[in-house]
Structures are given as C-alpha cells and as structure tokens.
Design a protein around this ligand. Structure first.
Ligand SMILES: Cc1cc2nc3c(=O)[nH]c(=O)nc-3n(C[C@H](O)[C@H](O)[C@H](O)COP(=O)(O)OP(=O)(O)OC[C@H]3O[C@@H](n4cnc5c(N)ncnc54)[C@H](O)[C@@H]3O)c2cc1C
Length: 269
C-alpha cells in the first residue's frame, strides 16, 4: 500500500525524506518499474520530478545525462552517440520510453535491462548524492564498474546523472528475444577504444549484468590467436542460469557467438 507521495523540492530534501524512512520509502522517477504488477508496497514515494535532473549537456568530461531524462528524450537528442540511442530503443514501446528514465533503469538493474550492459561497455561514470554525517549533500563521481560491483552500498543514494566519456569508443550492443515486447534472453554489449580498454557486459534472463573481466584482459593483451579460442574462453567464463527462456548452454552459446561476431565485424580479430 502507498500512503504518501512527497514531491521533493531539491536534492537535499529528497535525500532527507528517503533517510527518514529508509525501509518504507522509495524514490519515484517514471514509475514504470515501481508500479509494475506484484511490485513491493512502499508507504512513501519521494518524487524526483521537480529536481531538474532531466537535462542533457556537454560537460568537460563528456555528455552528461540527468538521471530523470527519459529514454525517448535521449533518443531525440543530437548530443548523444548513436550506440547509446540504440540501447534506449531496445525498449520498443514509445509510451514506455516516454516515461522510463535512465536513473530508474540503472537503479533497477534488472536481468533483462535495456541499458545496463551498454552503460558498462561505454564506461560511463555515475554521479550520485548522499547525505554525510553532518547532513550535508555529498556528491560522488565514480566509474560504472564500481557502481555495479557495490550497488548495495549505494542504497538510498540518489543517482544524479550518468556521464558518457568524451574519448572516442566503439560500442556495439545486441539483444535476443522472441518478439520485440518479450523479455530478452540475453543482451551483450562490447566496447573498446583504439583496440584496447575492452569492456564486455552481458545480462541474461535470471542473471543481472556481469562483466567478462578475464576476457577483457586477454583482449587488451592481444592473447587470442583465433576467434575459436575467444569463443571457447567466453563459454567457459560466462555465468548464466537456466530458466523458461533457455538452457545454460543455449545462453552461453548466444553470448559467446555474439561477442565473437561483434568483435570480428569491428575488425578486432
Ligand atoms: C511492461 C514493462 C516491461 C518492462 N520491460 C523492461 C525490460 O525488458 N528491461 C528493462 O530494463 N526495464 C523494463 N521495464 C522497466 C522500466 O521501464 C525501466 O527499467 C525504466 O527505465 C525504469 O525507470 P523509471 O523511471 O520508470 O523508474 P521507477 O519505476 O520510477 O524507479 C525504479 C527504481 O529505481 C529507483 N530510482 C529511480 N530513479 C532513481 C534515481 N535517480 N536515483 C536512485 N534511485 C532511483 C526507484 O526508487 C525504484 O526503486 C519494463 C516496464 C514495464 C511496465
């Protein structure tokens, strides 16, 4: 049951409201996840609608996308690289894209996430705010890798923005599903710059986004002699679960063959 809707006046106000009732309150962005069927009940929703976090700007570090920016606003913006728009378009319903926000998507980090593998492969940075021991707003800017590895530590923090780095990166993402509205079986995203600094993120139904750290290292060191070596190694490293969308072996094959095809097409191997 939801009893209160509180419209936060500013970042500090939002954090304070959330902190007052950490177990029974939640931030409210587009609401597309919070209001899904069978979602958990929360007594208080702290709306972020008035925080002016829905802008897309060039900053000294890259393109800064406010957490309240919707997936459709990203698709319509000329500053955002095409690969990033493609990831937003994995959400096929325009109605949903008009409501769903980038901050809500990252915080939710679900197994069939539209954005998280691409956020990882593009090496975005995440700006988050918390209240310190003196109740002052403290803003941290950290790599997406660190955010995803320690997400539980940031519970109750407010995502302010994600920053797409200005270094030129090739990022390619592919998803498999039975129809455009069905949940994805796997989503794979590969990113690199000047044939190094590889990042490979994958999510699969029942498994939230993971990285292929050992494979990334070996690609950086140019250790793979053939595509077949890469395929076999990825199959070994990938961790997935069997469920109604497919067996472990099927998902492992999809992820391995997709990374190989994407990297071969980009001339990496
Ligand atoms: C029919 C349907 C199908 C869907 N399928 C998919 C799918 O396949 N893949 C997918 O990724 N998503 C899917 N979604 C979920 C959803 O549309 C997206 O994940 C969306 O991006 C969530 O954003 P939101 O703004 O609606 O978040 P909300 O629902 O408002 O919030 C989601 C969570 O994030 C928290 N939150 C929101 N903003 C912030 C912030 N700035 N800082 C910290 N915490 C925050 C909230 O407290 C809440 O816990 C689906 C939704 C529906 C209704």
């Amino acid at each position: 049951m939801r009893e209160n809707l509180y419209i936060a006046k500013n970042i500090e106000d939002a954090l304070r409201q959330r902190l007052e009732n950490p177990k029974e309150s939640k931030f409210l962005a587009g609401g597309t996840n919070i209001f899904r069927l069978n979602s958990n009940p929360f007594k208080t929703l702290v709306s972020l609608q008035d925080l002016k976090l829905n802008t897309i700007k060039k900053s000294k570090d890259g393109i800064k996308i406010g957490a309240m920016t919707t997936l459709q606003e990203i698709v319509d913006n000329s500053l955002v690289p095409d690969y990033f728009k493609e990831a937003c378009r994995l959400c096929k319903s325009k109605t949903l894209r008009n409501m769903a926000t980038v901050g809500g998507n990252l915080n939710s980090n679900i197994d069939t996430s539209y954005l998280v593998p691409t956020l990882y492969a593009s090496k975005v940075r995440v700006e988050i705010a918390e209240l310190d021991s003196e109740n002052k707003v403290n803003i941290e800017n950290l790599p997406i890798r660190e955010y995803l590895e320690n997400q539980s530590r940031f519970k109750g923090n407010l995502i302010l923005s994600i920053i797409i780095p200005k270094d030129k990166r090739v990022v390619v993402t592919k998803t498999y599903r039975r129809s455009s509205q069905a949940p994805s079986v796997v989503t794979v995203s590969c990113g690199f710059s000047k044939n190094s600094s590889f990042r490979i993120g994958y999510s699969s139904s029942s498994t939230v986004c993971q990285r292929l750290e050992q494979v990334e290292k070996k690609l950086d060191e140019k250790s793979y002699k053939t595509i077949d070596d890469l395929y076999k190694d990825i199959k070994k490293q990938v961790k997935v679960k069997e469920d109604y969308l497919g067996s472990k072996n099927y998902k492992k094959h999809l992820i391995a063959i997709t990374v190989c095809n994407l990297l071969e097409k980009e001339g990496v191997l």
